[in-house]
Ligand binder design. Structure first.
Ligand code: HEC
Length: 121
């Protein structure tokens, strides 16, 4: 009986661990699934956009977007409820609010990774 209990406890701790992993908020699969990568690069995680336009006014690389906006803003921006320089985003996010939240928090979190890897001498 004791062993069964232990196995149960170990099983539960794996489940909790799994949930905690999810909480690490990996927005990359969402970013890819929602095709954000056709317009945006995120060099920090190796996403390079398909279009090769060199125009300066094109969609920005989002590696450092967290230095410009917070996640609340990004959520609203992607729902077309916010503007940047008087303009709205081209597309409204097509997915659940949960996905949008994870995506926005993940995007904001990238800045610290980039800062680490770009540390100046
Ligand atoms: C059809 C091309 C296109 C697609 C697809 C697209 N975007 Fe954009 N996005 C843009 C353009 C262009 C801008 C710049 C808008 C401006 O500054 O007026 C932009 C701006 C942004 C910004 C603000 C960047 C900044 O530094 O101010 C964020 C965040 C963003 N997009 C996220 C996303 C996400 C997440 C997706 C996928 C759900 C996505 N975009 C899909 C074209 C696109």
């Amino acid at each position: 009986m004791k062993t069964v209990l232990w196995m149960f406890i170990i099983f539960i701790s794996f489940v909790i661990d799994g949930l905690a992993q999810d909480k690490k908020l990996d927005g990359k699969p969402i970013f890819i699934a929602k095709k954000c990568g056709t317009c945006h690069s995120i060099a920090a995680v190796g996403i390079i956009k398909k279009t090769t336009s060199t125009a300066k006014s094109g969609p920005p690389d989002l590696s450092m977007v967290g230095t410009r906006h917070d996640s609340t803003f990004i959520v609203k921006w992607l729902q077309k409820a916010e503007t940047i320089n008087g303009k709205k985003h081209l597309l409204k996010f097509a997915g659940s609010n949960e996905e949008l939240g994870v995506l926005a928090q993940w995007l904001v979190s990238l800045k610290s990774d980039s800062l680490k890897s770009q540390r100046k001498p």
